[in-house]
Design a protein around this ligand. Structure first.
Ligand code: NI
Length: 139
């Protein structure tokens, strides 16, 4: 039986967004999306946890080189989103409703192949927008 271990890297970013449907009134957008519908944007301090899994390599005991994983997350995700407007600046989020749920899916798609190149398998992308909620996507 292979012994599969999961390991998680945490990164953080700050970004602006807005949740609103242009065809809806401001009132309906506010009722649906609350403060996240603010017409002139707002920001969040997001926390991102990326969990990968694999079998510890016999010589090192490591599932993955964590600093290499950190570099991949920075290159594929953080440098694109940090201090940016998710609805306007970011190629992989500008055409979606930038809910935390959809961000988790978009970030998964950014990371899946690069994580494989490190010799591990992506297991979970977890994001919190506020400290009271988080979402998880497992692909
Ligand atoms: Ni918001």
């Amino acid at each position: 039986m292979p012994k599969i271990v999961q390991i998680t890297r945490r990164e953080r970013f700050s970004a602006a967004h807005k949740l609103a449907r242009p065809e809806w009134s401001d009132q309906k957008n506010y009722e649906t999306f609350g403060k996240c519908s603010n017409p002139n944007w707002h920001g969040h301090n997001y926390v991102l946890w990326v969990t990968v899994k694999g079998t510890p390599e016999p010589m090192t005991g490591f599932v993955v080189d964590l600093s290499a994983l950190g570099e991949v997350i920075k290159e594929e995700v953080i440098q694109h989103v940090d201090h940016k407007n998710l609805n306007a600046d970011v190629i992989f989020t500008k055409d979606i409703m930038t809910s935390t749920e959809n961000l988790a899916i978009a970030i998964w798609e950014q990371l899946e192949k690069p994580v494989k190149k490190l010799g591990a398998e992506l297991h979970c992308v977890k994001i919190s927008e506020t400290e009271n909620n988080y979402v998880e996507y497992h692909g």
